[in-house]
Design a protein around this ligand. Structure first.
Ligand SMILES: Cc1ncc(COP(=O)(O)O)c(C=O)c1O
Length: 522
């Protein structure tokens, strides 16, 4: 069994095993002619269940062959140009090299004595990111597992700062439990759901999140934020943080950061910018201006695994004032005794919510060292350009309606039914049937594996979504996928989308009243 341990004596086996794995993956990637096979859970689950985990195969080649059936053959391949669904990117090769290195060395980023140079590399990247944001000389931060954790971490710091503020004003002996019910977090209606989850985990309850209305472009309305802040003040409540989103998940909209920052400064409220998606703008050659104002944030979330073409996980939380990170500092004699802080031993665990932690920063490091920041930024600019071209396609295509012109790289749209042939003045369409047509199109498309698109709701109705993060996707790909969607949707609806007005016979049940205004046919 010791032959399986990676050490000085097993270098040959390590090399052979990993090379075989790399060859296998390279072949799989090369032969992925669609992003997904469309397999359904009932077909795949029995194959996985049939594996006897107490009966090892003893050999990596056999395990890899088995894995091919269980996973690789039917995996969802983000590198395929017609994978257009969620916020997952194709990954760059230097980062994959980083992934291989970091798992082989297996540094743990909690303490210097488990990481050495890895700690320094992570720190350099935190400083680099903070400088790109413009957070100033006292900035700091730490890598995290993802945007959800980064948002939670930032809001924990904001909560502790708010509690300190309340105590300063109303009495040092106020207990946290007395303060928490008065705290509120303000976020746009399109902010990420992890903000509500964080509020809940932080003991505020998700009801503590006040939804700030957005404009037609799905950006937080500063006037609405001002009104919400004033109302909280009137009610004797404490705005603990405003969460502005730089790249909302559905629309890629960037909240007006400078105006939001101005309001936060006026009210003395912590500003957190969730740039999980929009962080790619930090390296964009042509769109950096969209982040103007982010430099005034108290904390920022960046997900390198969304718009820096990094493998999952790679994210960070940055703060303007490194002193605020103390709210997550706990000392343990066995690991990071207080004495070490006094000796200035760089233990990242002092800043992190995690203890044992991967050296994810290495992936970004190798990416920057090989490609450079401009290289990453140009890839992100390309997908934003593609979204612009996709928007024009959709806008000109009478089969579809598109919600907003994209700032980043998502497109939210839906199929709208055609009037039946020969209908001069078509009647209204039941919105539920339009929903069903779009849902059906998405499901059929995924089942065929020809393309993957996402879905979301806008004003309670079903829409489809392209999240474009692959610079290899072309406008022709988008046009072809739109044709497939239209064909599946039309297949589902036929002419039944247009209610036959006089047809409701006395015996047939009355159709349910549409929950939304009827959809005009084209
Ligand atoms: C705006 C935004 N914030 C946070 C998150 C959560 O990030 P993660 O999935 O890395 O936890 C997402 C995920 O899509 C997001 O779009």
């Amino acid at each position: 069994m010791r032959s399986h341990l990676l050490n000085d004596r097993t270098a040959g086996s390590y090399r052979r095993t990993v090379t075989a794995g790399v060859e296998h993956i390279a072949a799989r990637l090369a032969h992925a002619d669609r992003p997904f096979t469309g397999i359904a859970p009932p077909a795949l689950a029995p194959v996985v269940d049939a594996v006897d985990l107490d009966l090892p195969l003893g050999d990596a080649d056999a395990a890899l062959a088995e894995l091919d059936r269980l996973y690789l053959r039917d995996a969802v391949y983000f590198h395929h140009p017609r994978y257009l669904a969620h916020l997952n990117c194709p990954v760059v090769i230097p980062a994959v090299l980083g992934e291989a290195v970091l798992s082989a060395i297996n540094s743990s980023l909690d303490t210097w004595d488990q990481s050495a140079g890895a700690t320094l590399i992570e720190r350099r990247l935190v400083d680099w990111t903070a400088a790109r944001i413009g957070l100033g000389p006292a900035a700091d931060g730490v890598f995290t597992s993802g945007g959800t954790q980064s948002n939670l971490h930032a809001l924990l710091l904001a909560r502790e700062e708010a509690c300190d503020g309340v105590r300063k004003q109303h009495g040092a002996d106020l207990r946290t439990a007395e303060i928490l019910p008065r705290l509120r977090v303000l976020a746009s209606a399109h902010g990420h759901f992890s903000v509500r989850k964080a509020a809940s985990l932080l003991g505020l309850g998700e009801e503590a999140v006040v939804e700030v209305p957005c404009d037609a472009e799905r950006r937080m309305r500063p006037a609405a934020l001002a009104a919400a802040l004033a109302e909280l003040q009137r009610d004797g409540l404490v705005p603990m943080a405003v969460v502005a989103t730089a790249g909302t998940t559905d629309f890629g909209s960037v909240d007006p950061l400078a105006q939001v920052a101005g309001l936060c400064a006026g009210y003395g409220v912590w500003l957190h910018v969730d740039a999980a998606y929009g962080c790619g703008l930090l390296v964009s050659g042509r769109r950096r201006h969209l982040l103007a104002g982010i430099e005034r944030a108290d904390s920022v979330t960046v997900d390198f695994h969304k718009s820096f073409f990094q493998p999952v996980s790679s994210s960070a939380v940055l703060v303007r004032d490194r002193a605020t990170l103390r709210h997550a500092t706990y000392h343990a004699d066995y690991l990071n005794p207080e004495r070490m802080a006094a000796e200035q031993i760089p233990n990242q665990v002092d800043k992190s919510l995690q203890t044992t932690r991967r050296f994810d920063a290495l992936k970004l490091w190798l990416t920057l060292r090989v490609m450079g920041a401009d290289g990453v930024g140009s890839l992100f600019d390309e997908v934003c350009d593609l979204a612009g071209a996709g928007w024009r396609l959709l806008d000109e295509d009478p089969r579809f309606e598109v919600v907003v012109r994209p700032q980043l790289s998502t497109l939210v749209f839906r199929y709208v039914p055609a009037a039946p042939a020969g209908t001069a003045a078509p009647g209204p369409v039941d919105p539920a049937l339009v929903d069903a047509a779009n849902l059906h199109a998405r499901e059929r498309l995924a089942a065929s594996g020809a393309a993957m698109v996402a879905g979301t709701k806008v004003d309670g109705r079903h829409y489809l979504k392209f999240t474009l993060l692959n610079p290899e996707t072309t406008t022709e790909d988008l046009a072809a996928v739109l044709d497939l969607i239209a064909a599946h949707a039309a297949d589902h609806t036929g002419e039944s989308l247009v209610p036959d007005v006089p047809a409701a016979s006395a015996s047939s049940p009355a159709p349910a009243a549409p929950a939304a205004p009827a959809v005009p046919v084209r």
